[in-house]
Design a protein around this ligand. Sequence first.
Ligand code: GTP
Ligand code: MG
Length: 332
Amino acid sequence: MIFEKIKTIPTSEELLDKAFSRSVRTMAGKTIDGPTTRCEANEAMLLTAANILSDNLKSINKMFPSFDQISPFYYDLTDILIGVDDLKKALNNVKWASEKIHTMSREYIGKIRGNKTPDVPRKEAFGRMSSIVGSVSKDLLLLGEARNILRKLPDVREEPTIIVAGYPNVGKSSFVTAVTNATPEVASYPFTTKGILIGHMEKNNIRYQIIDTPGLLDRPMSERNEIELQAITALRRLDAIVLILIDPSESCGYDLTAQLKLAHEIQDQFAIPSIIAANKSDRDEFKKPDEIEYVISTMTGEGIDVLTEKLIEMLPKVEPKFEEMPPLRDDF
Ligand SMILES: Nc1nc2c(ncn2[C@@H]2O[C@H](COP(=O)(O)OP(=O)(O)OP(=O)(O)O)[C@@H](O)[C@H]2O)c(=O)[nH]1
Ligand SMILES: [Mg+2]
């Protein structure tokens, strides 16, 4: 996950505390007598504090991925949840502060050396460092909040993807579980209370990703708020196709007409390849609607293979990944 390596972002107070207390500690146990050692002591204090501050600020900047290079899906989500422009601005300010502290501290070294009262410029430098860090305190807070939101986003890879849609209880999760080799992973998603389900299936050395997004594509668009609509748009940015499940037995609690209406609405909205399949064929009440070609039962497995083959055929083609050969040994 691209946001996983972002570590906790300190507040400006925490940063200053860390830098200044370490800088005082550099003096521990040292005898300071005479102007030369006094100058050296102040110089060491200044350098310690300045390096801690500028290194920490620099590493905060580096932990975030470049927003011009991340996948459109994560870009959109970041924009909806935080705002890419605000985030970029905050990162730039933090970078500026890191560089400013670095150059400023070097200027002050010159003022400390040979000074009869080196404490004076050193204290002045500390004051300036405090105000530089203080001036980015809002940026650090924003980055801290962004980090907490972003690192909880689900791990959606750039692999051929099938998004499963349909009314609640039609069997979406059962389908994902039926076709994926390992237990699908449940991840939290800021737009829904139910976790989204991500499974992987491998065919001919190609990995496919199957995503069930309960709460997003399970009722008419007119019932959604702005944020949910944006979240749906972000899904569209994946290289995906949509599988819309219906349950003609109506044991899901929604009548067939409403289910088909939603299916057509999703097809219109998404404008990416999609397929409608009728699930729960094993039930007595099941009646295949004329327009539906694919009939399945996640319970008995009927029709699942034929449907997955069709889905794979509809997905953009990718090259199979083969295990890399180990390097040849020299003595071979
Ligand atoms: N008889 C029968 N029952 C099924 C079949 N597929 C799913 N079910 C049942 O239908 C119910 C709902 O299945 P889920 O897979 O949880 O449905 P869902 O679409 O993920 O539901 P939400 O997560 O609430 O949106 C469960 O009780 C399943 O056991 C099927 O092929 N046949
Ligand atoms: Mg479900």
